[in-house]
Design a protein around this ligand. Sequence first.
Ligand code: ATP
Length: 457
Amino acid sequence: MAENQLMEKIVALCKRRGFIFQSSEIYGGLNGVWDYGPLGAELKRNIKDHWWKSMTRLRDDIVGLDGAILMNRAVWQASGHEKGFSDDLVDCKTCKGRYRADQLAGAVCGLKPSKCPTECGGELTEPRQFNLLFQTFIGPFQNEEAKTYLRPETAQAIFVQFKNVLEVSRKKLPFGIAQIGKAFRNEINPRNFIFRSREFEQMEIEYFCKPEQGMALCDQWLEDRLKWYEEIGIPRAKIHILDVKDGDRAFYSKKTYDLEYEFPFGIQELEGIAYRTDYDLTQHQNASGKSLDYFDEETKERFIPHVVEPSAGADRCLLAVLCEAYAEEKTTDEKGNEEIRVVMRFSPKIAPIKVGVFPLLKNKPELVAKAKAVQELLRPHMAITYDESGAIGRRYRRIDEAGVPFGVTIDFETLEGAKEGDYAGQTDTVTLRHRDSMKQERVKIADLLPRLLAAIA
Ligand code: ATP
């Protein structure tokens, strides 16, 4: 399948099945802003929950923070964002389009037929700096004193709360602070669906350490993060590791790895892991006049910790998960006709819905009652969908497209096997259908919950 065709199919499926919608769609949309529908909201939540669990709860050395989106403007002055968080922008004198100077190759202008600004021959202006911060005002006056910005990254709240978190958590170096939250950038050319948006979510860790630990920890984090992507179904083979060269890194960074995924539109950044030295804490210590140092009880030394930052985008991660999951297969329907099955092969761990529950026929009250009982059995433990309309094969296809890993069908054998009064389902069985292999097996209702819980853990 051509790569652009694949992307079109994924975008269409996202809309059709309710993963992702254009923001403000009924008003013509809003460029670079997206809403997550019922399936997308579950999927994103599962990705973030998995990140949070693996990065904080399953480790002793990382604690969480949930900082505010709005911060004192002084934060953005000290961090360098107010002056320097910019991309180079060029204007095309022919089509009047505005483009990010380093991304002309993939851009298209508004003229019909639409052309890439490098190919149309239109004259481009000299690049000029365009600041990506979204401005806003705090309080009733709209003047310089009231000005601040929507945060363009979550990291700064971690730096400015470093001392508070250190004190309350009583952690020793090395230790980290993790945060998930919204970030806003007025991107010049949002594009590639949710890949480059103006409002997005980040999952960031600032991992504080002694200066001599920084380089090795950067490599350790690279391994940890690759492992994490594998856990959610993105294989190592699809992630390219870019060891960012001297000169291309931020001036304060001694080492930076970009983890890039093979998206259908090209190999592009999924996450950055940067050894940022003591730059951020030093900036905030100097600007605020408040000490942000660390006292090492063993050596009796006081110093500003260094930091390694694994910074991932939740939306880009979700897009990679969608791309990795999408599959089309030739198969036959119940009547033996050839058909294409579209299946989202999400890892059961992050699949938005874990199981579909189906009574074989909707006009048989015994089947419906039993199916509802199975629904109630599973519902407290996992996201489920219940569907009683249409041929069973069609219902399976519907859950395949939604990436539901398991289907449970209550059929006549279920009723035959059940002993009277066996409400716990010790004897009666259901059909358990597996999304990927399409294999079906009979499983006792009593075994269903532990089987499914083990599969989605
Ligand atoms: P790019 O070069 O693609 O603009 P960046 O290097 O500026 O990205 P960082 O500032 O390192 O990105 O942000 C960390 C992560 O946040 C990125 O790896 C990405 O996953 C996510 N991210 C950054 N900008 C956006 C955006 N506009 N839309 C969606 N996710 C983003």
